[in-house]
Design a protein around this ligand. Structure first.
Ligand SMILES: Nc1ncnc2c1ncn2[C@@H]1O[C@H](COP(=O)(O)OP(=O)(O)OP(=O)(O)O)[C@@H](O)[C@H]1O
Ligand SMILES: [Mg+2]
Length: 223
Protein backbone atom coordinates (compact mmCIF):
# COMPACT_ATOMS: atom_id res chain seq x y z
CA UNK A 1 0.00 0.00 0.00
CA UNK A 2 1.59 3.24 -1.17
CA UNK A 3 -0.83 5.80 0.20
CA UNK A 4 -1.56 5.27 3.86
CA UNK A 5 -3.90 8.27 3.89
CA UNK A 6 -5.69 9.80 0.95
CA UNK A 7 -8.02 12.79 1.30
CA UNK A 8 -9.89 14.27 -1.63
CA UNK A 9 -11.96 17.43 -1.10
CA UNK A 10 -12.55 16.20 2.42
CA UNK A 11 -15.06 18.16 4.47
CA UNK A 12 -15.51 17.76 8.23
CA UNK A 13 -18.26 19.36 10.31
CA UNK A 14 -19.71 18.81 13.76
CA UNK A 15 -23.49 18.31 13.76
CA UNK A 16 -25.37 21.62 13.39
CA UNK A 17 -22.10 23.54 12.91
CA UNK A 18 -20.33 25.13 9.99
CA UNK A 19 -17.58 22.90 8.57
CA UNK A 20 -14.30 23.02 10.48
CA UNK A 21 -12.43 21.54 7.52
CA UNK A 22 -13.88 22.82 4.26
CA UNK A 23 -11.37 21.33 1.89
CA UNK A 24 -8.54 18.91 2.44
CA UNK A 25 -6.80 17.21 -0.45
CA UNK A 26 -3.54 15.44 0.34
CA UNK A 27 -1.79 12.10 0.37
CA UNK A 28 0.42 10.54 2.99
CA UNK A 29 2.64 7.77 1.70
CA UNK A 30 3.99 4.80 3.62
CA UNK A 31 6.79 5.70 6.00
CA UNK A 32 6.31 9.46 5.75
CA UNK A 33 6.57 11.68 8.81
CA UNK A 34 3.93 14.39 8.67
CA UNK A 35 3.54 17.46 10.84
CA UNK A 36 0.14 19.16 11.05
CA UNK A 37 0.18 22.77 12.17
CA UNK A 38 -2.35 25.59 12.41
CA UNK A 39 -3.76 28.07 14.88
CA UNK A 40 -5.74 26.98 17.92
CA UNK A 41 -9.24 26.01 16.79
CA UNK A 42 -8.17 25.58 13.16
CA UNK A 43 -9.18 21.91 13.10
CA UNK A 44 -6.01 19.92 13.70
CA UNK A 45 -7.53 17.56 16.28
CA UNK A 46 -10.66 17.26 14.15
CA UNK A 47 -8.59 16.18 11.15
CA UNK A 48 -6.71 13.61 13.24
CA UNK A 49 -9.98 12.25 14.65
CA UNK A 50 -11.28 11.67 11.14
CA UNK A 51 -8.23 9.49 10.42
CA UNK A 52 -9.19 7.35 13.39
CA UNK A 53 -12.84 7.06 12.41
CA UNK A 54 -13.89 9.22 15.35
CA UNK A 55 -15.36 11.99 13.19
CA UNK A 56 -18.09 11.72 10.56
CA UNK A 57 -17.19 12.74 7.04
CA UNK A 58 -19.45 15.46 5.69
CA UNK A 59 -18.16 15.53 2.14
CA UNK A 60 -15.40 14.31 -0.17
CA UNK A 61 -13.37 11.16 0.43
CA UNK A 62 -10.95 9.87 3.01
CA UNK A 63 -9.20 6.54 3.02
CA UNK A 64 -6.91 5.24 5.75
CA UNK A 65 -4.91 2.08 5.25
CA UNK A 66 -6.80 1.53 2.02
CA UNK A 67 -10.14 1.60 3.81
CA UNK A 68 -12.91 4.01 2.84
CA UNK A 69 -13.67 5.99 6.00
CA UNK A 70 -17.00 7.37 4.74
CA UNK A 71 -19.01 4.35 5.67
CA UNK A 72 -16.73 2.47 8.06
CA UNK A 73 -18.28 1.19 11.26
CA UNK A 74 -18.50 -1.74 13.61
CA UNK A 75 -16.03 -4.57 13.26
CA UNK A 76 -14.17 -3.02 10.32
CA UNK A 77 -13.42 0.10 12.32
CA UNK A 78 -12.44 -1.95 15.35
CA UNK A 79 -10.04 -3.95 13.18
CA UNK A 80 -8.48 -0.83 11.63
CA UNK A 81 -7.99 0.76 15.04
CA UNK A 82 -6.08 -2.28 16.22
CA UNK A 83 -3.40 -1.31 13.70
CA UNK A 84 -3.23 2.39 14.53
CA UNK A 85 -1.37 3.86 17.49
CA UNK A 86 -2.88 6.99 18.99
CA UNK A 87 -1.73 9.62 21.44
CA UNK A 88 -4.79 11.79 22.00
CA UNK A 89 -5.34 14.12 24.93
CA UNK A 90 -8.63 12.49 25.89
CA UNK A 91 -7.29 8.96 25.66
CA UNK A 92 -5.65 8.72 29.04
CA UNK A 93 -3.92 5.89 30.85
CA UNK A 94 -6.06 3.53 32.90
CA UNK A 95 -5.41 4.63 36.47
CA UNK A 96 -6.25 1.31 38.13
CA UNK A 97 -3.59 -0.43 36.06
CA UNK A 98 0.18 -0.45 36.48
CA UNK A 99 2.34 1.33 33.93
CA UNK A 100 3.40 -2.02 32.49
CA UNK A 101 -0.16 -3.24 32.09
CA UNK A 102 -1.16 0.02 30.42
CA UNK A 103 1.53 -0.50 27.79
CA UNK A 104 0.39 -4.11 27.35
CA UNK A 105 -3.20 -3.03 26.63
CA UNK A 106 -3.13 -2.89 22.79
CA UNK A 107 -1.40 -6.28 22.73
CA UNK A 108 -3.92 -7.81 25.12
CA UNK A 109 -6.71 -6.51 22.86
CA UNK A 110 -4.94 -7.99 19.85
CA UNK A 111 -4.95 -11.35 21.64
CA UNK A 112 -1.24 -11.96 22.11
CA UNK A 113 -0.13 -14.39 24.85
CA UNK A 114 0.61 -12.69 28.13
CA UNK A 115 4.37 -13.33 28.13
CA UNK A 116 4.68 -11.78 24.66
CA UNK A 117 2.72 -8.72 25.84
CA UNK A 118 4.91 -8.35 28.89
CA UNK A 119 8.20 -8.74 26.98
CA UNK A 120 7.12 -6.08 24.48
CA UNK A 121 6.00 -3.73 27.27
CA UNK A 122 9.36 -4.07 29.01
CA UNK A 123 11.18 -3.32 25.77
CA UNK A 124 9.10 -0.20 25.11
CA UNK A 125 9.33 1.10 28.65
CA UNK A 126 13.06 0.83 28.23
CA UNK A 127 12.83 2.94 25.03
CA UNK A 128 10.94 5.69 26.86
CA UNK A 129 13.41 5.42 29.75
CA UNK A 130 10.83 4.33 32.32
CA UNK A 131 11.77 0.72 33.05
CA UNK A 132 12.17 1.66 36.70
CA UNK A 133 8.51 2.75 36.88
CA UNK A 134 6.87 -0.32 35.40
CA UNK A 135 5.15 -1.36 38.63
CA UNK A 136 3.92 2.13 39.49
CA UNK A 137 0.43 3.47 38.79
CA UNK A 138 -0.19 6.46 36.49
CA UNK A 139 -1.03 8.75 39.44
CA UNK A 140 2.46 8.12 40.85
CA UNK A 141 4.07 9.51 37.67
CA UNK A 142 4.68 13.07 36.54
CA UNK A 143 2.78 14.46 33.53
CA UNK A 144 5.81 14.00 31.30
CA UNK A 145 6.31 10.43 32.46
CA UNK A 146 2.64 9.63 31.85
CA UNK A 147 2.89 11.00 28.34
CA UNK A 148 5.92 8.82 27.68
CA UNK A 149 3.95 5.79 28.89
CA UNK A 150 1.12 6.80 26.51
CA UNK A 151 3.73 6.96 23.76
CA UNK A 152 4.99 3.46 24.60
CA UNK A 153 1.41 2.19 24.58
CA UNK A 154 0.79 3.74 21.15
CA UNK A 155 3.75 1.83 19.75
CA UNK A 156 3.26 -1.47 21.56
CA UNK A 157 1.44 -3.31 18.78
CA UNK A 158 3.69 -2.12 15.93
CA UNK A 159 1.00 0.00 14.28
CA UNK A 160 1.38 0.90 10.60
CA UNK A 161 0.20 4.41 11.49
CA UNK A 162 0.69 6.61 14.54
CA UNK A 163 -1.60 9.59 15.13
CA UNK A 164 -0.31 11.92 17.83
CA UNK A 165 -2.07 15.09 18.94
CA UNK A 166 0.41 17.51 20.51
CA UNK A 167 2.35 14.69 22.17
CA UNK A 168 4.86 17.13 23.64
CA UNK A 169 2.40 19.81 24.76
CA UNK A 170 3.18 20.71 28.40
CA UNK A 171 6.31 18.55 28.48
CA UNK A 172 9.74 19.68 29.59
CA UNK A 173 12.70 19.50 27.20
CA UNK A 174 13.83 16.08 28.38
CA UNK A 175 10.44 14.35 27.98
CA UNK A 176 9.84 16.15 24.67
CA UNK A 177 13.14 14.88 23.36
CA UNK A 178 12.31 11.31 24.43
CA UNK A 179 8.95 11.53 22.64
CA UNK A 180 10.41 12.95 19.40
CA UNK A 181 13.20 10.39 19.36
CA UNK A 182 10.74 7.58 19.87
CA UNK A 183 8.55 8.79 17.01
CA UNK A 184 11.56 9.23 14.75
CA UNK A 185 12.83 5.78 15.63
CA UNK A 186 9.45 4.13 14.95
CA UNK A 187 9.39 5.94 11.62
CA UNK A 188 12.93 4.93 10.65
CA UNK A 189 13.28 1.47 12.10
CA UNK A 190 9.75 0.11 11.89
CA UNK A 191 8.69 2.13 8.82
CA UNK A 192 5.69 3.41 10.73
CA UNK A 193 3.86 6.30 9.13
CA UNK A 194 3.56 9.16 11.60
CA UNK A 195 1.07 12.05 11.61
CA UNK A 196 1.69 14.46 14.44
CA UNK A 197 -0.01 17.70 15.43
CA UNK A 198 2.36 20.21 16.95
CA UNK A 199 2.73 23.93 17.45
CA UNK A 200 6.45 23.77 16.92
CA UNK A 201 8.40 21.51 14.56
CA UNK A 202 11.59 20.52 16.39
CA UNK A 203 14.89 21.27 14.73
CA UNK A 204 15.99 17.64 14.66
CA UNK A 205 13.51 17.14 11.79
CA UNK A 206 15.28 19.20 9.21
CA UNK A 207 14.63 18.00 5.69
CA UNK A 208 12.60 14.94 4.95
CA UNK A 209 9.38 15.52 6.80
CA UNK A 210 6.00 16.48 5.31
CA UNK A 211 4.05 19.48 6.52
CA UNK A 212 0.30 20.10 6.32
CA UNK A 213 -0.96 23.45 7.51
CA UNK A 214 -4.58 24.30 8.26
CA UNK A 215 -5.86 27.82 7.73
CA UNK A 216 -9.48 28.99 7.46
CA UNK A 217 -10.71 25.44 6.96
CA UNK A 218 -8.31 24.65 4.14
CA UNK A 219 -5.51 22.10 4.51
CA UNK A 220 -2.41 23.28 2.65
CA UNK A 221 0.15 20.71 1.60
CA UNK A 222 3.27 22.76 2.30
CA UNK A 223 5.74 19.97 1.46
N1 LIG B 1 -17.51 18.38 19.70
C1 LIG B 1 -17.53 19.56 19.07
N2 LIG B 1 -18.70 20.13 18.71
C2 LIG B 1 -18.74 21.31 18.06
N3 LIG B 1 -17.63 22.00 17.72
C3 LIG B 1 -16.44 21.48 18.05
C4 LIG B 1 -16.32 20.24 18.74
N4 LIG B 1 -15.02 19.98 18.95
C5 LIG B 1 -14.35 21.02 18.40
N5 LIG B 1 -15.20 21.92 17.86
C6 LIG B 1 -14.82 23.15 17.16
O1 LIG B 1 -14.11 22.84 15.98
C7 LIG B 1 -13.05 23.76 15.76
C8 LIG B 1 -11.74 23.00 15.59
O2 LIG B 1 -11.44 22.33 16.80
P1 LIG B 1 -10.14 21.45 16.96
O3 LIG B 1 -10.20 20.84 18.30
O4 LIG B 1 -10.03 20.53 15.79
O5 LIG B 1 -8.99 22.58 16.86
P2 LIG B 1 -7.42 22.43 17.03
O6 LIG B 1 -6.79 22.96 15.78
O7 LIG B 1 -7.07 21.06 17.43
O8 LIG B 1 -7.11 23.49 18.21
P3 LIG B 1 -6.04 23.41 19.43
O9 LIG B 1 -4.71 23.81 18.87
O10 LIG B 1 -6.55 24.44 20.38
O11 LIG B 1 -6.06 22.04 20.00
C9 LIG B 1 -13.07 24.72 16.94
O12 LIG B 1 -13.68 25.90 16.53
C10 LIG B 1 -13.89 24.01 17.99
O13 LIG B 1 -14.60 24.92 18.77
MG1 LIG C 1 -6.33 20.21 19.21
Amino acid sequence: MRNVIEANSLKLAYPRHEPVIKNATFRVETNQFVFVTGASGSGKSTLLKSMYGAMDISGGDLSVGGIDMRSISGSKLYKLRRHIGIVFQDYKLIKEWSVEKNVMLPLIIAGFPKDVCRAQAIKLLNHVKLSHKSDKYPMELSGGEQQRVAMARALAHNPFLILADEPTGNLDDYSSQVVWELLERANEELETTVVVVTHHIPEMFNAEYRHLMIENGVVYDIH
